[in-house]
Design a protein around this ligand. Structure first.
Ligand code: CMC
Length: 425
């Protein structure tokens, strides 16, 4: 907090003093809450310069390309931590001790099974349903199955919901895939770690012992970690907004999944791969770059640009390195899509249009190539993002309910008709 004040001068009105607050780092914020009592709203479509809440979880410096979770840089977490350790950090605020981590891992693993009757819900979907459509439905439906501990004012209940969601998301994600290919659902295995267990449920079958490559499981774990949280993005803000009405956590996370699905947000990873396939050959890149620059063409280079990063997305840097490692491990030397991706990146980084607008590759640019190499079908990419982001959503939801909050209720600049009489008949 600071003693500085902003003075707002509006013609015909006395000057209005607005308090200015400073966080521990990052831009100061002007508290505009008193304006409504003076009959004024602020206008900020897309919330470009609005701080919607106070938070201690994640910090981003978009100009420098910095991402910190509870103060720890994402690069250090990606190289030294595990997904579940990062989950603990996001939820509880500190890195766990060895014992705390072991206990947390055990608690999560005890929550991986889902109610057997959920299988019936899956069977109601068409086989060709998009797995994100299934996830929106089944995650919301969890509140119908786990309604025993849904008192959001009780911290222990909130913690139980967090563990249930982190534990069950991989199981539901894998089920949505197995259902689409007509294979039996695989039960989780508690002797495997989080990422190994996910790959087991995705690619195992009941006829033989699952063999999970530990290196691919580590790559998967890194992908989960890089997607774990990203402060007040569209889906997290959606979860907070839904949560602010007092909705139960499963319903809130389902709303986050729905918001994530769009191609401007989490759906971009699927869209990147579709785009690379559409480009098809390095020789076609110039045509697509021209399309991306053409204001009359809705085409955008997917995996490029970010609302907050005006520098390289730090997650994309780690992702690029992981991509090289995974392709190397799998002996994929000349992956044509990777060739197109690398060339596209190079051209975009040198092109005036992209430089001027500070459009750098984002996290979704490389993740799809890794996931494809691991054997994950394209339609599952955003599901994996949702799985990994669940901890971020639930950490923000938990933080919001740990202090005072009000229902989210934005106002508007109304430009429609003013009051008029209904025509007489
Ligand atoms: N290709 C071509 N032009 C672009 C692109 C792009 N990918 N992204 C932005 N621009 C242009 C845009 O046309 C505008 O140009 P002008 O100033 O001449 O009108 C300028 O750059 C600013 O764009 P904006 O749409 O105002 O920026 P925004 O902050 O509202 O949108 C974004 C950010 C991520 C939605 C956008 O960059 C985009 O659509 N990118 C492609 C989709 C994508 O990769 N999304 C994943 C984001 S990272 C993961 C996540 O959040 O889930």
């Amino acid at each position: 907090m600071s003693d500085r004040k902003a003075i707002l001068h509006i013609e015909g009105m006395a000057p209005i003093e607005l308090p200015i607050y400073s966080g521990t780092t990052g831009p100061d914020v002007i508290d505009v809450r008193s304006l409504v009592s003076k009959g004024i709203f602020t206008y900020d479509p897309g919330f470009v310069s609005t701080a919607s809440c106070e938070s201690k979880i994640t910090y981003i410096d978009g100009d420098k390309g910095v991402l910190l979770h509870r103060g720890y840089p994402i690069e250090e977490l990606a190289n030294n931590s595990s997904y579940l350790e990062t989950c603990y950090l996001l939820i509880y605020g500190e890195l766990p001790t060895t014992e705390q981590l072991a206990d947390f891992e055990e608690q999560v693993s005890k929550k991986t099974m889902v109610h057997e009757q959920l299988v019936n819900l899956f069977r109601g979907f068409r086989r060709d349903a998009h797995p994100m459509a299934i996830m929106c439905g089944v995650v919301g439906a969890l509140s119908a199955f786990y309604h025993d501990r849904l008192d959001i004012s009780d911290e222990a209940h909130r913690e139980e919901s967090a563990l249930r969601l982190i534990g069950k998301m991989p199981t539901l994600a894998a089920m949505s895939y197995k259902y689409s290919i007509g294979q039996p659902f695989m039960y989780p295995r508690n002797d495997l770690n989080y990422s190994e267990n996910f790959l087991h449920m995705m690619f195992g079958n009941p006829c033989e012992e699952s063999k999970v490559d530990p290196v691919l499981a580590r790559a998967m774990d890194k992908i989960f970690m890089l997607h774990a949280d990203h402060e007040q993005n569209a889906s997290t803000s959606t979860v907070r907004l839904a949560g602010s009405s007092g909705a139960n956590p499963f319903a809130c996370i389902a709303s986050g999944i729905a918001a994530l699905w769009g191609p401007a947000h989490g759906g971009a990873n699927e869209a990147v791969l579709d785009m690379l396939e559409e480009i098809g050959d390095v020789s076609q890149i110039d045509t697509f770059i021209a399309k991306a620059k053409d204001k009359n063409d809705p085409f955008r280079l997917m995996g490029f640009g970010h609302r907050v990063y005006k520098n390289f997305d730090p997650r994309a840097k780690v992702m690029r390195q992981t991509c090289d490692e995974v392709l190397d491990l799998l002996g994929i030397e000349d992956d044509p899509l990777l060739q197109i991706a690398k060339r596209l990146e190079q051209i975009a980084l040198e092109d005036e249009y992209f430089i001027q607008r500070k459009l750098y590759p984002n996290v979704d640019f490389y993740s799809g190539i890794i996931l494809k190499a691991i054997g994950i079908p394209t339609s599952m990419f955003t599901v994996i993002f949702a799985m990994a982001r669940t901890v971020g959503w639930i950490a923000h939801w938990h933080e919001m309910h740990s202090g005072p909050y009000r229902i989210g209720r934005p106002r508007q600049l109304y430009t429609g008709e003013t009051a008029r009489e209904y025509p007489k008949k």
